[in-house]
Write a protein that binds this ligand. Sequence first.
Ligand code: SAH
Length: 204
Amino acid sequence: MRNQLAGIVADKGIREKNVLGAIRTIPRHLFMDSSFEDHAYQDKAFPIAANQTISQPYTVAFQTELLELKPGDKVLEIGTGSGYQTAVLLHLKVKVYTIERQLELYKKTKLFFDRMGYRPKKYVFGDGYKGLPEEAPFDGIIVTAGAPDIPKALLSQLAIGGRLIIPVGEEEQVMTRINRTSNKEFKREEHGTFRFVPLLENKN
Ligand code: SAH
């Protein structure tokens, strides 16, 4: 079933071998509630705890491909959720720092990572709007929730040459890639429309 899912994702345009390899390897059914297990290898988003969703595999693959990672890169993920995207990043042998703001989900996924032996460098409970300044700069930053605007903190935590992949918008989101080309210069590209749960800011 994983091979089949990788095939579907490849047919939709994903080319990067390691990304398809991740989909072929990672047991997505274990990241989902048992009531949805039978659907785990469909190319669809599904509900997880705390009213959140596990992203559609194609979307995970697409965002990961846009990051253009190489082994050893430092990557910040905002919105750990089920941890599936985290596992895809770990498969690419990058150093993963990941942040989740829903406590219930944070705890659930923490136990799951321990049980599965998935080892991000840091797994933080907090507000991803602020990024993780103490670990910056990052070669890649990936936001897995829809952001009304681009958080300034995330731009400032990109390494020169680094990439931020962020879905921007309210009702629907435009997948946006920001390349930091120098200390003060950022190049912006748009890569189609998607739908995500909202990126929420802690207002305190
Ligand atoms: N990559 C995850 C996507 C989960 S949905 C997966 O495939 O399972 C997006 C996640 O972003 C949710 O878990 C939500 O709680 C989280 N989120 C929303 N706003 C956030 C913020 N400001 N900081 C960190 N996480 C946030």
